[in-house]
Design a protein. Structure first.
Length: 395
């Protein structure tokens, strides 16, 4: 087996059909630095590369199917990494979380006869909201509350009001874009509201492996509310995509029981999603069964990058509120006094040649905010932050 690559090794992704680079950063030129889309500028774990290369050597890339080894790998990861005792029968394959949301809104909930009402926290990961809205759902946003340090909190009363008459809550733990790892009492409050309001929950936990040493511990909502999980009122989404930078291979374990599981399997077939891509399953199995030690090293590296980036941003942008996240590899920055016009962030991007994720992508109220991805070699992160801060503070 090959040795683990260094996390500070430059990885050139130009010309790889990359959405992050060849599409979204194409106008910034060859010296662009991407602190935007939430995939890593790091090579995946050697065990994953080895599995993909071994699969490629077959030289026949025909139709594939899901077998028990995929489910067993998902079970092993949840039990060994997160202490959550699921079973093989709980695991349902979907390529991506966004397709599971589409199945719920377009098929499972739509079959009830009225446009579903979907509740989300605000700010929120845009593509999940976009697919729900495009499917005819009515969206209710529940704004998070932020303290002076930028730490996001849950307004339980507002959530309770929004859940009245709703069909689906899109939950996210750790939260994207703020990096909050939700505490047990917050999770219990969400579960209580869902029970009282009879609302289905989809919990998007694909950043779960990124929690910071000595900080808040990640807890699956399903372990706080096992009754909701047992009854099929809670759908849990896990994926190696963020952790092992394999999002393009499209493998997600949807952990769900009861009638909701049967409905999601039927919806998947109805949507034509039953065959995984050729490399998806071997990569996921290798990641979840062999990748633990590599992830330990990765998490330590990401923690150091986050610490460094938060300090640099707070020093360089004293007028901004910079969130120090509990988890993910993302930093949420609110800068209403520094981003002063509708086109100012685009101008900053052009002058710095640094791509960030605009806050408006996470909701219309966040146009003076942006999100930074720190999962790249440290020297490239430093260079990107320096250029970005200079562009923001120079008019």
């Amino acid at each position: 087996m090959s040795t683990s690559p260094r996390f500070d090794e430059h990885l050139d992704r130009w010309g790889t059909h990359s959405a992050k680079w060849d599409l979204l950063a194409a106008d910034l030129g060859p010296d662009a630095i991407c602190l935007s889309v939430a995939d890593m500028e790091l090579r995946t774990a050697p065990c994953v590369s080895d599995a993909v290369i071994a699969a490629a050597r077959h030289s026949n890339y025909g139709y594939t199917e899901i077998f028990d080894d995929f489910a067993d790998a998902a079970v092993f990861w949840q039990r060994s990494r997160h202490g959550w005792g699921i079973y093989r029968e709980d695991v349902l394959f979907y390529p991506r979380v966004v397709q599971c949301v589409a199945a719920l809104v377009n098929v499972v909930l739509a079959d009830r006869g009225t446009p579903p009402v979907v509740v989300t926290l605000d700010p929120a990961y845009g593509p999940l909201i976009d697919v729900a809205r495009a499917s005819g759902a009515r969206i209710r946003r529940v704004p998070l509350v932020f303290d002076a340090e930028g730490r996001a909190g849950l307004d339980v009363d507002s959530l309770d009001g929004a859940m009245n008459g709703a069909d689906l809550l899109l939950w996210c733990n750790p939260h994207n874009p703020t990096g909050r790892v939700w505490a047990s009492d917050e999770l219990a409050a969400v579960a209580d509201i869902a029970r009282a309001r009879n609302v289905l929950i989809l919990s998007d936990d694909i950043h779960a492996d990124f929690t910071r040493p000595g900080r808040a511990a990640y807890t699956p909502l399903a372990s706080i509310a096992p009754d909701l999980y047992e009854d099929g009122r809670l759908v849990h989404c896990a994926s190696p995509g963020k952790t092992f930078t394999t999002a393009g291979l499209e493998a997600t374990a949807i952990l769900v029981r009861g009638e909701t599981r049967r409905a999601l399997e039927a919806a998947k077939r109805r949507m034509g999603l039953h065959n995984p891509t050729y490399f998806a399953v071997p990569a996921a199995i290798a990641a979840w069964t062999q990748g633990g030690p590599w992830v330990d090293e990765l998490v330590a590296f990401i923690d150091a990058n986050l610490t460094r980036a938060v300090a640099r941003l707070r020093e360089g942008l004293p007028g901004a509120t910079v969130t120090d996240p509990d988890g993910t590899y993302l930093i949420w920055v609110s800068a209403p006094g520094l981003i002063v016009g509708d086109n100012h962030l685009a101008d900053i991007r052009a002058r710095s040649r640094v791509a960030v994720s605009p806050g408006i992508d996470f909701g219309p109220s966040w146009d003076r905010c942006f999100r930074i991805n720190t999962a790249l070699p440290t020297r490239e992160l430093d260079a990107g932050l320096d250029r970005l801060i200079t562009a923001i503070t120079t008019r």
